[in-house]
Design a protein around this ligand. Structure first.
Ligand SMILES: Cc1cc2nc3c(=O)[nH]c(=O)nc-3n(C[C@H](O)[C@H](O)[C@H](O)COP(=O)(O)OP(=O)(O)OC[C@H]3O[C@@H](n4cnc5c(N)ncnc54)[C@H](O)[C@@H]3O)c2cc1C
Length: 318
C-alpha cells in the first residue's frame, strides 16, 4: 500500500483496512487472523479495481492506439500502430493482462490451465457491520469471500463450478441475496445487491520467461493465479517495484542482463505464491472424508499456533 500511495494519490475514503480475516473450512473448522495480535496496523488494504485504475490514469497522459505488431532488434523495439505510425524505444513492458499481445508478439510461450471454476463478483450492502473483517468460506471446492468495502458494503468473490456460477449469476436480485446470505451463514445479516453480478472464468497462466532482450512481462501477462488468496494484483505490483529497482543507475533498460536480474528476483516469490494458491485450491477441492478431515484439522491446528499465524501474516504482507 505504501508503494501505491507513492505512485499516485488514492482517495483515502476508498481505502478499506482489513483488521481481521475469518476463514471457515467445510467441516466446522475455523481460523482467525488478527492485525492487533500480530502487531501490524492492518492485515491488508482493499481498494476497488475501478478506483485504483482511475487514480493511475490520472497520473498519466495516455495516448491510446491499437498496436498491430512489435519488432525487436538488437538496439530498439519498434511498435507499429494502427494508421501506420511507429513508436520506437529501448524496451517494451508487457503489462497487458492474461491474454498478453506483447507476450504473443515476443514469441514467449506460457503454460495455461483452466481451473474448473468461474468467479462470480458482486457488491452488496449488508445489514450488520462487517467490522473491517474479510470473510472466507471454503465449501468443499467452491470458495466464497466477502471483503469489506467503505461503509457497510462488501465485495463478493464466489468461485464455483462453471454451471453453478451460471445459475447464481442468472438468479433474480432477491434470490441471489438470499443465496449469498445462506452461504455466508447469515454472518452479515440481510444483504442488498449494489452492483450486478459479473463472472470470470478462472485460469492459471505461467509465462515460460518474463524477459528477453528488450522485452519484459509483468503482472497477469507473466502469471495468473487463482483469486482465492487475493494476491494476483499484489504479485503484479511487486513485479513493478522489482523492475523499477533494476533500472536504477542503468543506461540501457532493455539490456538482457539488466532484465535477467529482474526475472531472477521474481522467480522464487512468484513460484511460491502460485504453488501455495494452487495447493490450497486442490486441498480444499479434494473429495473424500480423509481429505476433508485433513484440511479442517489443519485449519484448527494452525488457529491454535499464534507464532505460526504471525509468520503467515508477515509472509502474506511482503
Ligand atoms: C474474480 C477475481 C478477483 C480477484 N481479486 C483479487 C484480489 O482481491 N486481490 C488481488 O491482488 N488480485 C485479485 N485478482 C487478480 C487481479 O485482478 C489481477 O491479478 C490484476 O488485475 C492483474 O493486473 P494486470 O494489470 O497485470 O492485468 P489486467 O488487470 O488484465 O490489465 C491489463 C490491461 O491491459 C489492457 N490491454 C490488454 N491488451 C491490450 C492491448 N493489446 N493494447 C492495449 N491495452 C491492452 C487491458 O485493457 C487492461 O486494462 C482477482 C482476479 C479475479 C479474476
Amino acid at each position: 500500500m505504501a508503494f501505491l500511495r507513492e505512485l499516485e494519490k488514492l482517495p483515502e475514503e476508498r481505502i478499506t483496512p482489513v483488521y481481521a480475516m475469518s476463514i471457515f473450512g467445510d467441516a466446522g473448522s475455523h481460523i482467525e487472523f488478527d492485525a492487533y495480535r500480530a502487531g501490524v496496523p492492518a492485515l491488508a488494504w482493499i481498494v476497488e479495481d475501478s478506483v485504483l485504475q482511475d487514480s493511475l490514469w490520472r497520473g498519466l497522459q495516455p495516448e491510446v492506439a491499437r498496436c498491430e505488431s512489435i519488432v525487436v532488434d538488437d538496439e530498439r523495439v519498434v511498435l507499429e500502430l494502427a494508421g501506420g505510425r511507429e513508436l520506437s524505444a529501448s524496451l517494451i513492458v508487457g503489462a497487458d493482462g492474461a491474454y498478453s499481445f506483447v507476450r504473443a508478439q515476443a514469441g514467449i510461450g506460457a503454460n495455461e490451465k483452466a481451473y474448473d471454476q468461474t468467479a462470480v463478483v458482486a457488491n452488496f450492502a449488508c445489514e450488520r457491520s462487517h467490522g473491517n473483517v474479510a470473510y472466507q468460506w471454503f465449501q468443499g471446492g467452491p470458495v466464497l469471500a466477502l471483503l469489506p468495502l467503505p461503509g457497510n458494503h462488501v465485495s463478493m468473490v464466489w468461485s464455483l463450478p462453471a454451471e453453478a456460477a451460471q445459475k447464481i449469476e442468472t438468479l433474480d436480485e432477491e434470490r441471489l441475496c438470499r443465496e449469498v446470505e445462506a452461504a455466508a451463514r447469515g454472518t452479515l445479516g440481510q444483504l442488498e445487491l449494489v452492483t450486478a453480478p459479473r463472472s470470470y472464468a478462472l485460469r492459471r497462466v505461467a509465462a515460460h520467461r518474463m524477459v528477453q532482450p528488450r522485452v519484459a512481462l509483468l503482472g497477469d501477462a507473466a502469471h495468473v493465479i487463482h483469486p482465492l488468496a487475493g494476491q494476483g494484483l499484489n504479485l503484479g505490483l511487486q513485479d513493478v517495484r522489482a523492475l523499477a529497482r533494476v533500472f536504477e543507475g542503468v543506461q540501457d533498460v532493455g539490456n538482457y542482463r539488466v532484465l535477467r536480474r529482474y526475472e531472477r528476483s521474481r522467480a522464487e516469490p512468484i513460484l511460491a505464491m502460485d504453488s501455495m494458491v494452487d495447493g490450497l485450491y486442490r486441498l480444499f477441492g479434494a473429495q473424500g472424508r480423509v481429505a476433508a478431515r485433513l484440511r479442517n484439522s489443519g485449519l484448527n491446528l494452525t488457529d491454535r499456533l499464534p507464532v505460526l499465524k504471525n509468520i503467515l501474516i508477515r509472509q502474506a504482507m511482503n
